[in-house]
Design a protein around this ligand. Structure first.
Ligand code: GDP
Length: 328
C-alpha cells in the first residue's frame, strides 16, 4: 500500500467530491501492485449501499453518441439528477489511439457541476479497459451519481463487455436505407434493450421514422427474452441535436427499470454480472500468475513455438503447459 489516506478519500467520494472521484479512478486504472491494494481497500471502505442506473450506450462513430450524451445528460441534470459518463474505447486498447475520449466532446455537460465525464482508460487489452471501467462505475455509484452512462463503439467485443456492466443497453443508430438493416450484427440486436434512431430532424426525419419501423419489425422477430415486459426491446426516434424524444426515451428506460425491479430481474442481473467479473478477475489473475512464473512461462514460450510450426496441436500444447501444475 502507498501512504494515501484511504478513509479520507472514501469520505470525500461519498460526499460527491469530483476531484476525489477522479483521483480514485486513476488509482483503479493503475497497474501498480501497491495502487491495486489501495484501490481494493478504497472500494471496501466505500461499500456498495448506493446504486445508480447504469446505462450502456453504443453506436458507430458519427451516429451522434456525444451529442446524445450531452443533451440527454443535460436533460437529466436539469431534472436534478447527477450524471457520470465513462467510456470503454476498444481502439485505445489496440493502437493507443482513441475513437472516443476526445476532451472537446460534451463540453456543456462537462461544465455542469452535476456531471462527471471520464475518458476511457488506456490499456493494452480490452479486458483491462473493461475491468477498470467496471470498478470506475462502482466508484461513481459510491459518489452518489444517479445515472452512469457507459459509452462504447461497436467494435469487436466492446459492446458485450459494456452490456456486462450495464442495467440497460441502448443502441444508437442513424437513419438508413432499408438494406442497411443487415449491417447491425444480430448479437447486438439481441443485447439491446432500446434502439434510438437518432437524427430524426429536418431532411432526415422521414428516413429516421422508416428506419425505426424497420428495426421495430426486426426486434419483434427476436425470441422473447425473460428480462423484458411486453413491447421490449423497443425502437424510438430521437433528435439529439434538437433534444427531441429524449423525455420519451427516459420514460421508456424508467418503465423497463421499474418492471425489472418488480420482477427481481434487476437484482438477478446484477448478481450474474458480479459473478461474471469475479470469474474474469480470477481468469486474468491466473494467467498473469502463470506468465510471472519463470518455469511455466518458459514452457508457454516453447509450446507456443511448437504450435506455430505445427509440431504440436493447440490442445496438446495447453496440456503440456498445464500438466506439471496439476501435481502441485
Ligand atoms: P459520435 O461520433 O457518435 O459521438 O457522434 P457525434 O455526436 O460527434 O455526432 C456526429 C455528427 O452528427 C455531428 O456532426 C453531429 O452534429 C451530428 N448529429 C448528432 N446528433 C444529431 C441529430 O440529432 N441530428 C442531426 N441532424 N445531426 C446530428
Amino acid at each position: 500500500m502507498t501512504n494515501i489516506d484511504i478513509r479520507n478519500l472514501a469520505d470525500r467520494i461519498r460526499a460527491g467530491d469530483r476531484r476525489a472521484l477522479a483521483r480514485a479512478i486513476t488509482l483503479v486504472e493503475s497497474g501498480r501492485a501497491d495502487h491495486r491494494a489501495d484501490a481494493l481497500a478504497l472500494q471496501e471502505a466505500l461499500g456498495t449501499d448506493r446504486q445508480a442506473l447504469r446505462i450502456g450506450l453504443s453506436g458507430t462513430p458519427g451516429v451522434g453518441k456525444s451529442t446524445f450524451i450531452e443533451s440527454f445528460g443535460l436533460m437529466l441534470t436539469g431534472m436534478g439528477k447527477r450524471v457520470a459518463v465513462l467510456a470503454v474505447d476498444p481502439s485505445s486498447a489496440r493502437s493507443g489511439g482513441s475513437i472516443l475520449g476526445d476532451k472537446t466532446r460534451m463540453d456543456h455537460l462537462a461544465r455542469d457541476p452535476n456531471a462527471f465525464i471520464r475518458p476511457s482508460p488506456s490499456q493494452t487489452e480490452l479486458g483491462g479497459v473493461a475491468r477498470r471501467t467496471r470498478e470506475a462505475v462502482a466508484l461513481c455509484e459510491a459518489a452518489g451519481f444517479d445515472v452512469v452512462l457507459i459509452e462504447t463503439v461497436g467494435v469487436g467485443q466492446s459492446e458485450t463487455v459494456v452490456a456486462h456492466m450495464s442495467d440497460l443497453f441502448v443502441l444508437l443508430l442513424a437513419p438508413a436505407g432499408g438494406d442497411e438493416l443487415q449491417g447491425v450484427k444480430r448479437g447486438i440486436m439481441e443485447i439491446a434493450d432500446l434502439i434510438f434512431v437518432n437524427k430524426a430532424d429536418g431532411a432526415l426525419k422521414e428516413q429516421a421514422i422508416r428506419t425505426c419501423a424497420d428495426y421495430a419489425g426486426a426486434l419483434r422477430l427476436l425470441r422473447k427474452r425473460p428480462q423484458d415486459p411486453d413491447g421490449f426491446p423497443k425502437a424510438l426516434t430521437i433528435s439529439a441535436i434538437e433534444a427531441a424524444g429524449l423525455g420519451e426515451a427516459w420514460d421508456e428506460m424508467q418503465a423497463l427499470v421499474d418492471w425489472r425491479k418488480e420482477h427481481a430481474i434487476w437484482d438477478q442481473t446484477r448478481q450474474a454480472q458480479a459473478s461474471h467479473w469475479f470469474a474474469e478477475d480470477v481468469r486474468h489473475g491466473l494467467l498473469r500468475w502463470l506468465q510471472d512464473d519463470p518455469d511455466t512461462n518458459a514452457r508457454m514460450i516453447e509450446a507456443a513455438a511448437q504450435v506455430r510450426d505445427g509440431s504440436l496441436s493447440p490442445a496438446a500444447a495447453a496440456v503440456q503447459v498445464l500438466a506439471p501444475l496439476e501435481k502441485r
